[in-house]
Ligand binder design. Structure first.
Ligand code: PHE
Length: 340
């Protein structure tokens, strides 16, 4: 008798507990599939005696209801599988591309400069960005009330303890000389701060690299030769000139200009028609500075130089506005990918 068969199936469904995804799937296909029990019972409907048709129909509907309920109850447990079974992945879809990062141009040029000086025996030294008056000023031959303190507009933090944001990486010269005995050959990259208006050409923080060489009988010609080597390596140009200048911590002091040339309209504009570009400051370390760091200035002499990294980045990559270096706009930064 067909109805009793359906009732048997209903009991089977009620008792069924899928163990895993496979048995759940098998159950679904056995009952609800095209060739499953429910479709089979429906197809037999026409053979049923008309007096039994109503009871038979109710029985199938009951079977269908309990089957669907059962599937619903276990769906959440096996739903992820159900999803992957029902929805085929579209294998023609384009891949989402993994974007590679790029180095910041300031890092690229800083590392290049470090490389150039490493080759001739300079090591790297670093110091804190929050400095005290001694390391940023006094030890560098800039005693209190010295007018040259105004050359660098300072962000002061507090009077006691006396703290400020370093205005130059020359503070690292002092720290290095305090902690190391000559011969000293060191290069100090780092961020510095000045209380200046922000414009296309200046910013309230930027990056410098300071160089320091201390040994017996170091002369001005050693300085000049080192600078020629450096400009040749970095710019591929070695024509330089040293213009007399003033820094409290060096004596004599000079500004270094490089002959950039006048080959394009841009060259005319950036060199103001002279072909020369200022790239850094330098000089022979003032004996007072050596003495402040307990280095005997009768035995030792040395030179120091310092440059702004942004200035060189702007020159090499022809960037007109310094502010773009700090915006971290990925459209700008991604252009430096090839230089990784
Ligand atoms: N500290 C100077 C500046 O910030 C640069 C400099 C460093 C000059 C070392 C001479 C020697 O402008």
């Amino acid at each position: 008798m067909m109805i009793s068969e359906i009732e048997k199936k209903i009991k089977e469904v009620v008792a069924f507990k899928p163990k895993d995804q496979k048995s759940f799937e098998e159950f679904r296909i056995n009952f609800l599939g095209k060739k499953g029990h429910i479709n089979y019972f429906f197809s037999e409907f026409k053979k049923v005696d008309s007096s039994d048709k109503k009871a038979y129909g109710l029985a199938i509907n009951e079977l269908k209801k309990v089957t669907i309920n059962k599937l619903e109850n276990f769906k959440s447990k096996f739903s992820s599988n159900e999803k992957s079974n029902n929805k085929k992945e579209d294998l023609t879809r384009p891949l989402s591309v993994l974007e590679l990062g790029s180095r910041h141009p300031i890092s690229i040029i800083r590392d290049k400069i470090i490389d150039i000086f490493s080759k001739i025996g300079f090591n790297i030294s670093e110091g804190p960005e929050i400095e005290d008056d001694w390391h940023n000023f006094t030890a560098l031959n800039l005693p209190e009330h010295h007018p040259a303190r105004d050359m660098q507009d300072t962000f002061f933090i507090s009077k006691s303890p006396d703290l400020l944001l370093r205005t130059h990486t020359s503070s690292v010269q002092i720290r290095h000389m305090e902690n190391n005995k000559p011969p000293i050959r060191t290069i100090s990259p780092g961020r510095v701060y000045r209380n200046e208006d922000i414009s296309a050409r200046s910013h309230c923080f930027f990056h410098q690299i300071e160089g320091l060489y201390i040994d017996k009988k170091v002369s001005f010609s050693d300085l000049k030769q080192t600078l020629i080597y450096f400009t040749n390596e970095l710019f591929g140009k070695s024509k330089i000139r040293l213009r007399p200048s003033y820094f409290p911590f060096t004596e004599p002091s000079a500004e270094v200009d490089i002959y950039w040339g006048l080959n394009s309209e841009t060259d005319y504009r950036i060199t103001k028609g002279t072909g020369w570009l200022e790239i850094m400051g330098c000089g022979m370390v003032d004996p007072n500075v050596l003495e402040n760091c307990k280095i005997d200035s009768n035995d030792y002499s040395g030179f120091a130089f310092g440059m702004g990294i942004e200035r060189i980045v702007m020159l090499l990559y022809q960037i007109e506005d310094i502010r773009i270096l700090y915006e971290n706009d990925s459209r700008f930064l991604s252009q430096f990918k090839k230089s990784i």
